[in-house]
Design a protein around this ligand. Structure first.
Ligand code: ACO
Length: 341
């Protein structure tokens, strides 16, 4: 008889896959990719495209891992995400890729193609992307480094909601382009990759507020969530927020947004500590991602796409791992007619 286990609706604490791609220690606030601490990863890979082969292909032995009896499927503000999804879906016509190199070339072509620029002549994908989305203004060396650091440190983060969506799609033997599209769709929501827009809105609306603590307390008492704070796994400050705030300071001298961001963070942490004493709510990666993107001159509506571009590396790695080692993902639901009434 099948053993039925009832788990929380959010699947908290339920291990649904084994992964060698990243280790997240939510209690200690530690993160590593393939056994290498995140800070060292950032130091090791100056450019996101250098990270790609190491993160994506470390375990891949063939482009389309075989599975018994199945084969790959060969055959408002969300608008930028929709455009990225269209680009991904266009990749379906090239699936399956003829070799690993073609797959990586395709992955690395996506950010510049989204930004409408030809990447040749640029020193990195990040430089091409930034130039394109900023209407032709090329980045300074510090700006290029900053976007690369952001992409490298947010390339992978375990079974977050969007990566789980990729793995669910991969578990059905769907193609890589379509599985990535599933991930980007799941990333689009404000509780996940859409959070930076909310952070920037908060920064904007508090620009002239003197008593920040009072203002934020009212919001939390009204049941609002402060975007950029809280995490399903971390109970400490997200290590990526720490690393990103360093990158951000490198850019900071000409950006007064830094001071405002630091003041807002301080006040938000104080207020959340007072209003939600039973739940340690700390700064998450999206907070500093948002202010970094603002400092880089990236329009708020392009924050989710910018996040998604970097995360494509982790999605692709999980796609291959799921195809090579996983089973069809199919949790059960128990019937309860009272739900939602
Ligand atoms: N602001 C105010 N209160 C919060 C916040 C927040 N940012 N986050 C959680 N809480 C409160 C909840 O209201 C709840 O309070 P209650 O117990 O009094 O009802 C308590 O903390 C627990 O909240 P849960 O919903 O159980 O926490 P969960 O683990 O589901 O939430 C999440 C994680 C979705 C990230 C949440 O913290 C949140 O909504 N944060 C804001 C959005 C955000 O920044 N998302 C980006 C996350 S990082 C990423 O996706 C890459």
């Amino acid at each position: 008889m099948m053993m039925i286990i009832t788990v929380p609706a959010g699947l908290e604490g339920v291990v649904v896959a084994e992964t060698a791609i990243s280790l997240i220690d939510g209690e200690q606030g530690r993160l590593s990719y393939r056994g290498v601490d995140i800070q060292e990863v950032v130091n090791r890979f100056g450019r996101w495209e250098d990270l790609l082969p190491w993160l994506v292909l470390s375990q891949v032995t063939e482009v389309v891992p075989s599975c018994d009896g199945c084969r790959a499927g060969d055959g408002g503000t969300d608008e930028p995400m929709v455009r990225l999804i269209r680009l991904l879906i266009d990749g379906q016509s090239r699936w399956p890729f003829k070799d690993n190199g073609s797959e990586l070339t395709w992955l690395a072509s996506l950010p510049p193609r989204f930004a409408g620029v030809d990447p040749s002549g640029f020193s990195s994908v990040a430089a091409a992307y930034l130039t394109g989305i900023r209407g032709g203004r090329p980045p300074t060396a510090a700006e290029e480094r900053a976007l690369n650091a952001y992409w490298v440190m947010s390339a992978e983060h375990g079974l977050n909601a969007s990566t789980f969506a990729v793995r669910v799609a991969a578990s059905t033997a769907s193609s890589l382009p379509l599985a990535l599209a599933a991930g980007v769709a799941a990333l689009a929501g404000p509780l996940h990759g859409g959070a930076p827009e909310g952070v920037l809105a908060l920064l904007q609306e508090t620009q002239d507020v003197d008593d920040l603590d009072h203002y934020l307390t009212e919001k939390v008492l009204n049941g609002e969530r402060l975007m950029g704070f809280g995490h399903r796994v971390y109970r400490t400050r997200d290590p990526r927020a720490e690393a990103l705030s360093q990158v951000f300071r490198d850019l900071a001298s000409d950006h007064d947004v830094v001071d405002r961001a630091l003041r807002l963070e301080e006040s938000a942490l104080r207020v959340l500590g007072q209003q939600k004493p039973n739940r340690p709510l700390q700064t998450n990666v999206e907070y500093y991602a948002a202010v970094l993107m603002e400092a880089l001159g990236i329009a708020p509506e392009l924050c989710p796409v910018t996040f998604a571009c970097g995360r494509l590396a982790g999605y692709a790695a999980h796609y291959h791992e799921q195809r090579a080692t996983g089973r069809l993902i199919r949790p059960l639901a128990s019937y309860n007619p009272a739900v939602g009434q």
